[in-house]
Design a protein around this ligand. Structure first.
Ligand code: BES
Ligand code: MN
Ligand code: MN
Length: 452
């Protein structure tokens, strides 16, 4: 049977199976979901077996299990390592979902549910593409290693240890990842750059305990006030980060790349529609695409008392979570030292500061002239009927940088999400057309790699 007909003939079955995967609330950050994480790992392992992998392992780690499968039965053919994640972000705030986060629902050609785009839907595309090849051709066209983790959304804490200890096992000619986005609907995309991410948390302490603000207010340092003053100083009026040295090592975007980025079919109206803010602001001197993909940032995530209603206290402690997105040549360790040093310098003596770096991650940008990128482009054209473009993105996938540094192999990031599909937010969804075309494109891709 013809591959495309086979895949088209299994649309309903594939979708039903994806919904089963999506119903498992595998939220990696919450311990109450530990059983769901394990169920999700087992689900992945079972479906890799069903897809034709004879060697499938669930590998326990200090935190959440990894799923690893391999098929090395194509002598002389290339070996590809696929990476994805089965864990998802928390669904809160639940009341903002049109239909419940873990009860997948189709509306208007889109499948809604936590993990549809990030990343279960995209992982499923690869499982189904491989299963289709196995059923149609009786075998996999190339050697394939599948590594699907459960800690991506919490910074891939255990993964690096595993990679270090299993370098031989994970060796491959290329890394393939589907955990990114297309530039826009109808624009299949290959991502050649991601930003890095450092994540921080600070705790400022003023009074040793919360104080009645009527009894003490006016004569006591309020750590929340100190916190807001601190964050106001971390950007200047041109939205540049004021941390000394923050931009020091960044190289200028080559003129050819700047031109290529500005020629992409990127639409400002779509961007504004996706964001829905009353106004826009970004670092002066750069286009929005450049701001999003090529410039570093410092973002405040959370601060202070966020409970309901009024509370008339001077808090003893003020907390903030914040992150910096990093671009090539910024060193995560140097940046976190610079940020801490500057923050300590800015803070008054009225508070003490506990400064924690929760995670660090390097940026990644790589050339895309290896032959595998041509194959990926051609396969996307077969699946989507459109020529694929090359983009960078602003999000972060720590594993990609680690793999590229360690194995120096091409990393092919083929995303099937869309920037407005609400990853990490209520009403996350994936366009069904991208899911179905994605299976076809990836099946073609793996098949075509036999002649790389
Ligand atoms: N799939 C995303 C990464 C991503 C998002 C790539 C958008 C390209 C475009 C991934 O699951 C993610 O959310 N990564 C986190 C970092 C991680 C260390 C928690 C991120 O970018 O915030
Ligand atoms: Mn992801
Ligand atoms: Mn994510």
């Amino acid at each position: 049977m013809n591959l495309v007909d086979f895949i088209d003939g299994h649309r309903d079955q594939n979708l039903t199976e994806l919904c089963e995967f999506l119903r498992i609330p595998s939220v990696s950050t919450k311990s109450e979901h530990k059983p769901d994480i394990e169920r999700s790992a087992r689900w992945v392992a079972d479906h890799l077996r069903a897809a034709g992998f004879k060697s499938v392992e669930i590998i326990p780690t200090k935190f959440h299990p990894l799923v690893y499968a391999e098929s090395l039965e194509a002598p002389g053919k290339p070996t590809v390592l696929f990476y994805g994640h089965y864990d998802v972000q928390p669904a809160e705030p639940l009341e903002l979902w049109t239909s419940p986060a873990f009860e997948p629902a189709v509306r208007d050609g889109k499948l809604y549910g936590r993990g549809t785009a990030d990343d279960k839907g995209q992982v499923h595309i690869h499982i189904k593409a491989l299963e289709s090849l196995q059923k149609v051709d009786g075998k996999f066209p190339i050697n394939i290693k599948m590594l699907i983790e459960g800690e991506e959304e919490v910074g891939s804490v255990s993964l690096w240890d595993f990679v270090e200890k299993n370098k031989e096992k994970l060796k491959a000619d290329a890394l393939v990842v589907s955990d990114t986005s297309m530039l826009a609907k109808g624009a299949p995309s290959i991502t050649y750059g991601l930003r890095g991410l450092n994540y921080y948390q600070i705790e400022l302490t003023g009074p040793e305990r919360d104080l009645h603000s009527g009894v003490y207010g006016g004569a006591v340092p309020n750590p929340l006030t100190v916190l807001t003053e601190l964050f106001a100083k971390l950007h200047d009026k041109n939205f540049r980060v004021t941390v000394p040295g923050f931009y020091d090592s960044i190289s200028k975007l080559p003129p050819a790349e700047r031109k290529a980025l500005s020629a992409l079919p990127w639409n400002k109206k779509d961007f504004q529609k996706a964001v829905g803010a009353p106004g826009y602001a970004g670092e002066k001197g750069f286009s929005i695409v450049e701001q999003l993909w090529t410039r570093p940032t410092l973002e405040l995530i959370w601060g202070g008392y966020t409970g309901e209603g009024a509370k008339t206290v001077i808090p003893s402690k003020a907390h903030a979570k914040f992150s910096t997105r990093l671009v090539p040549n910024q060193d995560p360790q140097k940046i976190s030292r610079a940020v801490e040093k500057y923050i300590r310098k800015l803070l008054p003596k009225t508070v003490t500061c506990k400064f924690d770096v929760l995670s660090t991650g390097k940026p990644w940008v790589a050339p895309f002239h290896a032959p595998i990128f041509k194959k990926a482009q051609a396969a996307l054209e077969k699946g989507f009927g459109k020529k694929a473009i090359f983009i960078r993105e602003g999000g972060s996938i720590p594993f990609v940088t680690q793999m590229h540094d360690t194995f120096k192999v091409p990393c092919v990031l083929i995303g099937f999400g869309l920037p407005d599909e609400n990853a990490h937010a209520p009403d996350e969804h994936i366009l069904l057309e991208n899911y179905f075309n994605g299976i076809k494109a990836i099946a073609h891709f793996y098949r075509d790699l036999a002649t790389l």
